[in-house]
Write a protein of this length. Structure first.
Length: 231
């Protein structure tokens, strides 16, 4: 479904991604794991068209997307929930959700009901401003907003960052639930243990390179991976 072939990204002279190749198949949850600064967020921003690669190719559903605008990529069903959530603080919860559907005009009420079904708290809070939500609720809103865009592939950047364990659990449950309903997921996580537990396959990034990839269960039992990423 998604294929990166030898992708390089530079921030002026700094080479942040060095010949990254990775694939995500339809129906999968794939996790992308690595230390701070490894290039995880850069990878997601490059896939969603916010950053342009200096070399290499990105294909989504067989089409080359690396020269398309972020809007065109969203229209194809590839949605990105960035690090730090970026919800609109002055808008209500419902208005934030509706913004997620701005490129679509069909069945928006049905989609809103579906998101409220997944996150009942957002329905309770629908008329409150986004800024009044707790951190965990804001993360749910950010994911809910992306779901309003009817993603085929969802890119999630550190969805559990800074959340209390109960919210972390809920977010990971929701990721699996969304995936069962047919959304493919590329998941960036510091919480490597949980990410590998819910994902089918995983890639490990070190300073801009993929150093290892395998089925998640095999990564969990790999001694080197255990030592470096699983404590
Ligand atoms: N706008 C930028 N300008 C210059 N360098 C940048 C910029 N954004 C990121 N970098 C550098 O690129 C590298 C990869 O950063 P990136 O944010 O992708 O890492 P990450 O794996 O997401 O890290 P974290 O776990 O801390 O979120 C880092 O060395 C970072 O300092
Ligand atoms: Mg990051």
């Amino acid at each position: 479904m998604l294929k990166l072939s030898k992708v390089n990204v530079h921030y002026s002279e700094i080479e942040a991604l060095k010949s990254i190749s990775l694939e995500v198949n339809q129906g999968e949850i794939v996790s992308l794991i690595g230390a701070n600064g490894a290039g995880k967020s850069t990878t997601l921003m490059t896939i969603s068209g916010i950053i342009k690669p200096t070399k290499g190719q990105i294909e989504f559903e067989g089409k080359t997307i690396d020269s398309l605008s972020p809007e065109s990529i969203v229209k194809m069903g590839l949605l990105h929930v960035p690090e730090g959530r970026r919800i609109f603080p002055r808008l209500s919860v419902k208005e934030n959700l509706l913004l997620g559907a701005y490129l679509r005009r069909d069945h928006i009420e049905d989609e809103l009901d579906r998101v409220y079904g997944i996150f009942p708290i957002l329905k309770e809070r629908s008329n409150q401003s986004g800024v009044t939500l707790s951190g965990g609720e804001q993360q749910m809103l950010a994911i809910g907003r992306a779901l309003m865009g009817k993603p085929k592939l969802l890119l999630l950047d550190e969805p559990s960052l800074g959340l209390a364990p109960i919210f972390v659990k809920k977010i990971f449950e929701v990721i699996q639930e969304i995936n069962k309903e047919g959304v493919t997921v590329l998941l960036v996580e510091q919480n490597a243990h949980l990410a590998l537990q819910v994902s089918h396959r995983g890639y490990i990034l070190e300073t801009g390179r993929v150093v290892h990839h395998d089925e998640s269960q095999r990564l969990i039992s790999n001694e080197k991976v255990k030592e470096a990423y699983l404590g």
